[in-house]
Design a protein around this ligand. Structure first.
Ligand code: ZN
Length: 344
C-alpha cells in the first residue's frame, strides 16, 4: 500500500504543487503556485467542492501565504476540475483571472446560468444511440457540475497562444492546444525547460479527447496536430494537471500519439464486428460499450467522457475516410439516429 501524497510540495525549482481532491476517479488535480516579487501566481485553482475549499484553507495556513499575496490566477483551460474555483479564489484574493478567449466562451457556454449546451449534448448522444435512461443520467450529471464551477470570475484578462507572459519570476510562452479542450494553453519556460502542461500531456493517463455538440468537428485530429507543437518544445520538467511532475516528456508525447494510433486500429476491427451484427452499420454508443465495457453505463460521469472519446475517434475515421456517417431510423425508438458504416 502506498502512503497518500502530501497536500503540497515545494519542488527544487521553486514551484509549489498543491494536490486538490476530486470527487471522481481521477482523484486529484494540481494547482501550481509560483512566487515572484509581485506576489504568487496560481495556475489552475481546482474544482469547487467543500473538500477543495478546505484544502486551500489548510494549504494557505501551512505555507504561510495570505490571500492578498496571490497576484493572479491563470487557467490552462475551462474544464471544471481546473477552472471551477477561479471565481471563489478571486473573491478572496481580488486577483485577476487570465484565460484564453475561447476558454472564457466555453466556460459560459457550458456552465453559464442560461446555458443550452447540456440539452444539446444529450440530444447529440441520444442521436448517437445512447439509451434514454442513460441520457437522463448524463443530463443530471451535467447539471450537478454547475455548482462546482460557480461563481464565474468577474475580472478576467484574455491571453492568447503565442503570448509571452511574465509571472512567477519567469517568462512563459503560451502554447495553444486543441482536442482536449478548445482554447487550451500550456505554459513553457524556454530558459529552464519547464512546461506547465495543463491536461495536454499527462503521465500514466491519456487526456480525454472531448468531442462536443457544436464544437470542433475533429477534436482527435486537432489534438494530434497540437502534440506536434508540444513535441517541438524541449522539456526537462513537465508539470501536468493530474498526477506528478515528470521528466520523460518527449517519450510521453510519442506514447500518446501511439495510444491513439492503436485505438484507431482496434476500432476499425470492432467497427467491422459491430457492423456485421446490424445491417452493416453501428451507432457510436455500441462502439462505446465495445471499447469501454457495458458497465460504463453505470457511471454517468465516466459515460459522458467515454462517449465524447468514442465519437472523437469515429469522426477522425470519417476524416480518414475509413468510415462514413449517415442518418437512419431506429425502428424501436421511432427516431432518426446517426450511424457509421465502412467506407467503400
Ligand atoms: Zn483535468
Amino acid at each position: 500500500m502506498r502512503d497518500s501524497p502530501p497536500l503540497w510540495t515545494r519542488h527544487a525549482n521553486g514551484i509549489v504543487q498543491l494536490r486538490l481532491p476530486l470527487p471522481f476517479a481521477l482523484k486529484q488535480v494540481n494547482a501550481y503556485l509560483l512566487q515572484a516579487d509581485d506576489g504568487w501566481t496560481v495556475v489552475d485553482p481546482g474544482l469547487r467542492t467543500q473538500e477543495a475549499e478546505a484544502a486551500w484553507e489548510t494549504f494557505m495556513a501551512q505555507a504561510g501565504i495570505e490571500w492578498r499575496d496571490i497576484a493572479r490566477i491563470v487557467a490552462t483551460h475551462y474544464h471544471p476540475d481546473h477552472y471551477g474555483l477561479a471565481g471563489w479564489l478571486q473573491a478572496r484574493t481580488r486577483a485577476e483571472v487570465w484565460l484564453s478567449e475561447t476558454a472564457g466562451f466555453y466556460a459560459r457556454r457550458l456552465w453559464g446560468g442560461d446555458e443550452t449546451f447540456s440539452a444539446e449534448l444529450v440530444a447529440a448522444f441520444r442521436a448517437h444511440g445512447l439509451p434514454e435512461p442513460l441520457c437522463a443520467g448524463v443530463l443530471a450529471n451535467l447539471e450537478s457540475v454547475k455548482r462546482q464551477v460557480l461563481p464565474h470570475p468577474a475580472r478576467t484578462r484574455t491571453i492568447r497562444a503565442g503570448d509571452m507572459l511574465s509571472f512567477g519570476g519567469a517568462r512563459w510562452e503560451a502554447i495553444g492546444g486543441e482536442g482536449h479542450a478548445p482554447g487550451h494553453l500550456a505554459f513553457y519556460d524556454r530558459e529552464r525547460l519547464i512546461m506547465l502542461c495543463g491536461d495536454q500531456v499527462l503521465p500514466d493517463i491519456t487526456p480525454n479527447i472531448g468531442w462536443m455538440a457544436g464544437g470542433d468537428p475533429d477534436p482527435l485530429g486537432s489534438y494530434l496536430s497540437s502534440l506536434d507543437r508540444m513535441a517541438a518544445c524541449e522539456v526537462v520538467t513537465a508539470n501536468p494537471g493530474h498526477r506528478e511532475p515528470f521528466a520523460r516528456y518527449g517519450t510521453r508525447v510519442a506514447e500518446l500519439r501511439d495510444h491513439h494510433a492503436r485505438r484507431l486500429v482496434r476500432m476499425a476491427a470492432l467497427a467491422a464486428e459491430l457492423a456485421a451484427r446490424d445491417k452493416g452499420r453501428f451507432a457510436a454508443f455500441a462502439m462505446c460499450e465495445a471499447l469501454f465495457g457495458e458497465r460504463i453505463g453505470g457511471n454517468p460521469h465516466n459515460l459522458r467522457f467515454a462517449m465524447a472519446e468514442t465519437i472523437a475517434h469515429l469522426e477522425r475515421m470519417t476524416f480518414e475516410e475509413t468510415l462514413v456517417r449517415d442518418r437512419g431510423s431506429d425502428a424501436a425508438a421511432g427516431a432518426s439516429r446517426i450511424y457509421y458504416r465502412a467506407a467503400r
